[in-house]
Design a protein around this ligand. Structure first.
Ligand code: GUN
Ligand code: FE
Length: 492
């Protein structure tokens, strides 16, 4: 049933054991929730540390495991611009903020553009890339699909950094060769240069991670206006020439000025989606970012091709791009995940994006564009995405986008342990035994709050999740695992 995003939330407490060999979940026991039962659990099992990693949550601290977040669309080199986007729409923003920042990555890595060894430590100039990987992990992002820049050494270094940090990632070397739409200081000199550079990054990543366990290359035409027809066609063919075919990512129908520009640049095309389709870029391994202004026919085409959409509501609101009709898109059978779109989006946090997805879904029905598209409503008359649904999009939805729904995004036995340990704190309930005059002197520190989440002791499990979704942040992310390996622990 693709019309609604059915949540399946992780359990609150207990132990879980993960194979040390392949990082997959071997079993769990949600009844084990205190020290005594944990000790008897450990002594009743005969495995060794070498076989399995055992993880536990602390019920007293309102800790629970949650599937790692999947960021289906993020621009690593735009991270220094986080929160800086002015008031302009997409096209002026690209020229003013984005292209100059991305261009600077040429000199940050290797100005001589030499190939490097995947085992080499990336140059110090790429501290920004180290920061973006560390930061997204700290926010619980266990898998991300990155746009890098046109520079091969810097793009390859991003792949190495993700690999070293242990973050699952798709890494895309950006292709852009249309001299009318790209600045002269930041452009591929030809479509062929773009192909060759893309192949260099693919080869590098295949050397870095031969089985693609963590890191995979992704063919990345920036968007239709940036690319010549020759480039779009060639990149479609390039992706198809691999077995299995390579992943592809680009932007689509984000902003109305952009949509109009695309109509001018490609007058022979039936639609924006049709341009990508004719170039062989709409495959079942294609991630299309935004899709705010797609027509119903385009949604149908995208569904038929099996391509996926990265919904980026924080960016769409920040850049004034519009309100994406996500429930409607899901009803058309399109697979949707969430993306931060750093730095059109102002936050590296998928939890923040989930929040924005829910807010946008609660107001989209009032837009004339939505009313025209949908004849006023989804089939059940409600466009709203509730907490469980946006958290589903952040995890299982994202997993479906990257075609790993059987492996990540949930905690079924045999799935890969890509997970976060969330701590909401003991809450106010334990502090009510403290006389109020003492509590006043002791201040808020005594409330047992972690971050912005205040619990009062009577919340149901569903209410705890709602409180976390609306007010949680990285302070609630205690540990993060990818492929069974601990890759982040919160500073205490
Ligand atoms: N369209 C083309 N390039 C970009 C980009 O860098 N960010 C966003 N949000 N949209 C784009
Ligand atoms: Fe983007």
């Amino acid at each position: 049933d693709s019309s609604s995003a059915k949540p399946e939330l992780a359990r609150t407490e207990g132990v879980l054991w993960v194979s040390s060999e392949d990082g997959r979940i071997k079993g769990y026991d949600w009844q084990v929730n205190d020290d005594a039962s944990f000790q008897s659990f450990l002594s009743s099992h005969s495995w060794t540390d070498a076989d399995v990693t055992v993880v536990e949550s602390n019920a007293e601290q309102n800790e629970f495991f949650f599937p790692g977040f999947i960021d289906t669309h993020i621009h690593a080199p735009q991270y220094p611009n986080l929160g800086l986007f002015g008031s302009e729409g997409l096209l002026p923003w690209l020229n003013e903020y984005t292209f100059p920042m991305e261009a600077s990555f040429g000199s940050k890595s290797d100005p001589e553009n030499k190939d490097t060894d995947p085992k080499d430590t990336p140059p110090a100039g790429l501290r920004v890339y180290d920061e973006v990987v560390a930061k997204t992990l700290a926010h619980g992002t266990t898998c991300a699909s990155y746009f890098a820049t046109i520079h091969v050494p810097a793009t390859n270094a991003l792949a190495t950094l993700c690999h070293r940090h242990g973050q699952r990632a798709f890494i895309g070397r950006v292709c852009m060769d249309n001299p009318d739409q790209c600045p002269s200081y930041y452009i591929d000199q030809s479509a062929d240069e773009g192909f060759n550079a893309t192949i260099r990054t693919i080869d590098y990543i295949k050397k870095l991670d031969p089985n693609g366990t963590l890191i995979n290359p992704i063919v990345t035409p920036r968007f239709a206006p940036s690319c010549s027809n020759h480039s779009l066609d060639g990149l479609g063919k390039l992706a198809a020439s691999y077995d299995p075919p390579l992943w592809i990512q680009t932007h689509i129908s984000e902003n109305l000025d952009e949509v109009e520009l695309v109509q001018q640049l490609f007058p022979e095309s039936a639609s924006y989606a049709d341009i990508y389709d004719k170039a062989g870029l709409l495959t079942n391994r294609t991630i299309l970012a935004h899709g705010v202004h797609l027509s119903k026919d385009e949604m149908t085409l995208i569904r038929e091709r099996g391509s996926k959409v990265a919904h980026c509501p924080a960016s769409n609101s920040a850049l004034g791009s519009g309100l994406a009709p996500v429930r409607f898109m899901l009803e058309q059978g399109v697979t949707v995940g969430l993306g931060t779109d750093v730095a059109g989006g102002y936050s590296p946090s998928i939890l923040e994006v989930a929040r924005q997805a829910s807010l946008v879904s609660r107001v989209v029905q009032y837009s004339a564009e939505y009313q025209a598209l949908s004849g006023n409503k989804t089939s059940d008359g409600d466009e709203k995405l509730l907490v469980d649904e946006v958290l589903y999009l952040a995890t299982r939805g994202g997993a479906a986008v990257v075609d790993m729904a059987d492996d990540i995004g949930g905690f079924d036995k045999g799935m890969i342990w890509d997970a976060q340990l969330i701590e909401l704190g003991a809450g106010l309930k334990n502090s009510t035994t403290i006389p109020l005059d003492v509590a006043i002197l002791a201040g808020r520190a005594k409330t047992g709050r972690v971050g912005n989440v205040d619990l009062f002791g009577n919340e149901t499990w569903q209410e705890q999740i709602q409180k976390w979704m609306w007010n949680g942040d990285d302070r609630n992310v205690k540990n993060v695992w990818v492929q069974g390996k601990l890759v982040h622990s919160r500073d205490e």
